[in-house]
Design a protein around this ligand. Structure first.
Ligand code: UDP
Ligand code: MG
Length: 322
C-alpha cells in the first residue's frame, strides 16, 4: 500500500449512480489545484442501482479512489463511520455524494486546518429544500442545542474536515448508535465553522424520507441528552403539586363549607390525564432502554462485503478475508 495521503475523503453512496461522474470530475479538479496527495473513500451503502460498478470503473482508472462495499444498506451515519474507520490521511473530509456539499469548498476547509484548527465544520448558510423541511431542521437544531450536554453547533451537518488526531479519537468511541456530528462535537479539540451555501441535489432523490429523518433526529436527541428523563421527573413533580393543592381545596370545601365537590367528569379527566403522562414517560424510558439494548448486543455496527484498495482494520466490523 502506498504512503499515507495528506487528505482522505469519505463519501457515503446510496443509489447515486447518475451523479457520480460529475462528482468525480469536480473532486478531481478541486483536489488537483491543492497539490495534495489524496485518497477518496467511497462507501457503497448497499446501493440498488449501478453505483458500485461506476465506482469500480473509476477505481480502475485511478488507484486513489477506494471502495468500501457494505453487505447491505446500513444507513448514512454508519457509512460515514466506516469511511472514518479506514481513512489514513493527515486530515479527513466527510461529504455527501450528491453534490449538496460542493467540493469547491474543500480548499477553504484545508486553509482553516492549516491555521491550526483540528475540526472545521461546514455550516449551511441556506438550504435549497422545501419550507417544511427547512423549518423542521431549524427547530430540531435549536432544540438539540438547548437540551444537549454537548455543545453541538447550529446547522452543522456531517460535511467537515477533521485532523487525523480527531479521526483517531472518533474511531475509539465504542458506541454503535452513531450521530456523527454530535460525536464530532463531543471529542472537542480546536473547532471552527466555515459557512457555505448548500446546493440542491445534482441528481436523484433524497434518500432520507420523513421517518428516517425523524429517526436521525431522535438518535441525536437521546444520544446527547438526558433532558427527556428529567422532563418526566419535572412533570411528575408538577402533577403531584397540583394534586396536593386540589386535595387541600376539596378538603376545605368538605370540612369548612360542608359542600361535596361533584366530580365524575373530573375523575375521568384526571384518570386519562395521568394515564397519558405515564405512557409518555414509559415511552421516554423505552427510547433509552432500546438504545442500551442495541449497545449491549454488541453486534458490529456495519458489515463489509469487500474492501477495495484499503487494509482491513481490527474491530471495525471488517471481514478479515477482505
Ligand atoms: N446515504 C447513504 N445511505 C443511506 C442514505 C443516504 O449512504 O441510507 C448517502 C447518500 O447517497 C448521500 C448522503 O448519504 O451521499 C446524504 O443523503 P441524502 O442526500 O439523501 O440526505 P439529505 O441531503 O437529504 O440530508
Ligand atoms: Mg442530500
Amino acid at each position: 500500500m502506498n504512503e499515507r495521503p495528506d487528505l482522505s475523503l469519505v463519501i457515503p453512496i446510496y443509489n447515486e449512480e447518475p451523479g457520480l461522474p460529475e462528482l468525480e470530475r469536480r473532486l478531481r479538479a478541486t483536489l488537483g489545484e491543492t497539490g495534495l496527495a489524496w485518497e477518496a473513500i467511497f462507501v457503497n451503502d448497499g446501493s440498488r442501482d449501478g453505483s458500485l460498478s461506476v465506482l469500480k470503473d473509476l477505481r480502475a482508472k485511478d488507484e486513489r479512489i477506494k471502495i468500501i462495499d457494505f453487505s447491505r444498506n446500513f444507513g448514512h451515519q454508519l457509512a460515514i463511520s466506516a469511511g472514518i474507520d479506514h481513512a489514513r490521511g493527515r486530515a479527513t473530509v466527510v461529504m455527501d455524494g450528491d453534490l449538496q456539499d460542493p467540493p469547491e469548498v474543500i480548499p477553504d476547509l484545508i486553509a482553516r486546518w492549516r491555521e491550526g484548527f483540528e475540526v472545521v465544520y461546514a455550516v449551511r448558510a441556506n438550504r435549497k429544500e422545501g419550507l417544511v423541511k427547512r423549518l423542521a431542521y431549524r427547530v430540531f437544531y435549536r432544540l438539540l442545542k438547548r437540551i444537549s450536554n454537548t455543545e453541538i453547533p447550529l446547522d452543522s451537518g456531517d460535511f467537515s474536515l477533521m485532523d487525523a488526531r480527531v479521526v483517531e479519537r472518533l474511531r475509539e468511541l465504542p458506541e454503535r448508535n452513531r450521530f456523527v456530528r454530535g460525536l464530532r462535537a463531543w471529542v472537542g479539540f480546536r473547532q471552527t465553522s466555515y459557512t457555505y451555501d448548500r446546493e440542491a441535489r445534482f441528481a436523484g432523490d433524497p434518500k432520507y424520507g420523513f421517518s428516517r429523518l425523524s429517526q436521525l433526529a431522535l438518535d441525536g436527541l437521546f444520544a446527547f441528552s438526558e433532558a427527556p428523563l428529567r422532563l418526566a421527573t419535572l412533570t411528575g413533580l408538577v402533577v403531584t403539586l397540583g394534586a396536593t393543592l386540589l386535595a387541600a381545596w376539596t378538603l376545605f370545601k368538605r370540612v369548612i363549607q360542608y359542600e361535596v365537590v361533584p366530580g365524575f367528569a373530573t375523575i375521568a379527566i384526571l384518570v386519562l390525564f395521568f394515564g397519558g403522562v405515564q405512557l409518555v414517560t414509559i415511552g421516554i424510558l423505552g427510547e433509552y432502554i432500546a438504545r442500551i439494548y442495541t449497545e449491549v448486543k454488541g453486534r458490529p455496527p456495519y458489515v463489509i462485503r469487500e474492501l477495495d484498495g484499503l487494509a482491513p482494520r481490527a474491530g471495525g466490523g471488517d471481514d478479515e478475508a477482505a
